[in-house]
Write a protein that binds this ligand. Sequence first.
Ligand code: SAH
Length: 223
Amino acid sequence: MAKHDADKDGDGAKAALARLVMSLRSQGVSDPAVLNAIETTPRELFTPDLFKERAFEDSALPIACGQTISQPFIVGLMTQALALEPRSRVLEIGTGSGYQTTILSKLARLVYTVERYRTLMGEAEARFKHLGLTNVITRFGDGGQGWPEQAPFDRILVTAAAPGEPKALLSQLKPTGVLVAPIGRGPVQSLNRYTGDGKGGFTVETMTDVRFVPLLDGVAKEP
Ligand code: SAH
């Protein structure tokens, strides 16, 4: 990354974000609303101090609790695959840094997001507050169970790798809803999109290979 990208003030950050968006577009993220949401989200707010200089690189980076903030290209691809509408109510599993949540909040009506680490949830909530987001509802808990009290959802995004078809989550999707999730037990998973057929069934498309941290059972015992 060029040295001036490390200058996060004003023009340096803007230029770095514009370059990132160009790179995403060249990799196939074409939805202008998605690209705009990425271009207007200051990713350096979501990365630990140690990695701030790399915030505008198109790569995943470590965050607290041994987790990662997703690669911007994958965030763009997953968000585009969801085909969000302004009225969508979205469930996100795996808040992590809150970066993906923030992108969703710019494109949907309401975002419900679940995280199993209290520390990550607290840090993400502080960022949402700082950014003035008013349509994000957070929950510390096991996202594998979804959020039954708020179901059904128009869209569901899982940002941790599910070992197999996420049945509990699919049952909380509207009949013509869309769920996007990495599926697989190994270090490399398939990014799948499930689209409801309106009759209780789904079509499944496999989009690309991805590397996500696993979706784990229960809440974390560590803070
Ligand atoms: N989308 C995030 C990246 C998340 S990394 C970002 O943009 O920063 C995956 C996250 O899923 C981790 O924070 C991990 O703790 C969380 N996670 C894993 N299993 C979970 C579960 N069962 N319920 C809720 N969160 C879970």
